[in-house]
Design a protein around this ligand. Structure first.
Ligand SMILES: Cc1cc2nc3c(=O)[nH]c(=O)nc-3n(C[C@H](O)[C@H](O)[C@H](O)COP(=O)(O)OP(=O)(O)OC[C@H]3O[C@@H](n4cnc5c(N)ncnc54)[C@H](O)[C@@H]3O)c2cc1C
Length: 292
């Protein structure tokens, strides 16, 4: 079972890449969070968009395709997170994508996620690339390669001019499976426990409080609870709290993530990470399709 607080991803602008500008402030498909006042920014609050729709934030984000840096993966593995070195995760990245540049040692040719060049090599973008190289920043032909340093043309999670979200890439192709129930507009309130064992969730749908329990499903509870365990980096603690309404106090983002939201308009690449994305990945990101 997949429970999603927001609606189906039927909003027209989700699927048109240019629609990014609309849904980034559209409360119909966006939680439109605000940070708590930031002590070191004169008490300012920051707007924190997050997808509230099938596909989550991948349905409203900037679609910049950035995998993450080799050194980060290797650092995690060295710190004891076995199975997360770059060489461990690379086969999954390859498996994920259908890259318009074709299959190669680093890219996939027949995965569910569509990745393509944005293809607007405008004069100003070319000038910017040339200027960067003039001051010694190397041209990088593939910022999702083994080296992310440099400047180059980024790719986007777009195929045939349409956004490739987690919902369109992964969910849509399996929507008809008899063992999958997708329930949008279902707001998970809390995880239900029997002793120390999570056995289900309580959620609100169409004005009524409902429960989904693992016993009704053939699949292990860890699958049933996947969504509440994965409600996004900003919101992830909410369903773990018990009764008493929303625990908004948890939503304060850490200063690093605020910094990323504020200074970088397009290139947040946290993936499913619970920690803010390393801002280093942004060095090479370049948005040729966004003209001032
Ligand atoms: C403005 C912006 C631009 C971005 N641009 C890019 C980019 O260009 N490239 C890139 O790689 N990354 C980008 N990102 C980051 C990327 O989109 C996210 O890191 C990624 O989508 C997070 O995935 P997630 O599964 O952790 O959470 P989400 O995608 O946010 O999914 C969480 C889902 O859980 C649902 N949910 C939450 N609480 C409940 C509840 N109680 N009950 C039921 N459902 C619930 C939410 O509605 C949501 O659908 C951007 C992010 C933002 C905010």
């Amino acid at each position: 079972m997949l429970l999603e607080a927001g609606p189906e991803d039927k909003n027209f602008w989700i699927h048109i890449p240019l629609g990014y500008g609309r849904n980034i402030v559209n409360p119909d498909v966006n939680w439109c969070f605000e940070s708590q006042p930031e002590e070191y920014c004169h008490g300012q609050k920051y707007f924190l968009p997050r997808g509230k729709v099938l596909g989550g934030t991948s349905s409203i984000n900037g679609m910049v395709y950035v995998r993450g840096q080799v050194e980060d993966f290797d650092g995690w593995a060295q710190a004891g997170c076995h199975g997360w070195s770059y060489d461990d995760v690379l086969p999954y990245f390859i498996k994920c994508e259908t890259n318009s540049r074709g299959a190669s040692a680093l890219h996939g040719g027949d995965g569910p996620l569509r990745v393509s060049d944005v293809g607007e090599e405008t004069a100003i973008n070319k000038a910017m690339l040339a200027a960067a190289q003039e001051i010694g920043i190397p041209f990088n032909p593939d910022i999702n390669g083994r080296v992310q340093d440099g400047i180059g043309w980024h790719q986007a999670s777009i195929g045939n001019g349409r956004r490739s979200s987690t919902a369109t890439a992964y969910l849509k192709p399996v929507r008809n499976r008899p063992n999958l129930v997708v329930q949008p507009e279902s707001l998970v309130r809390r995880v239900l426990f029997e002793g120390k064992r999570a056995v289900g969730v309580e959620y609100d749908r169409a004005g009524t409080r409902q429960e989904a329990r693992a016993a009704r499903c053939r699949h292990p509870v860890r699958w049933r609870l996947r969504l509440p365990a994965d409600t996004g980096a900003v919101r992830y603690r909410q369903p773990r709290t018990t009764a008493g309404g929303w625990a908004y106090r948890w939503y304060t983002p850490c200063p690093a993530s605020v910094k990323i939201c504020r200074t970088i308009s397009l290139s947040i690449c946290a993936g499913a990470s619970r920690t803010p994305a390393p801002s280093t990945t942004v060095r090479a990101a370049f948005a040729p399709w966004r003209r001032g």
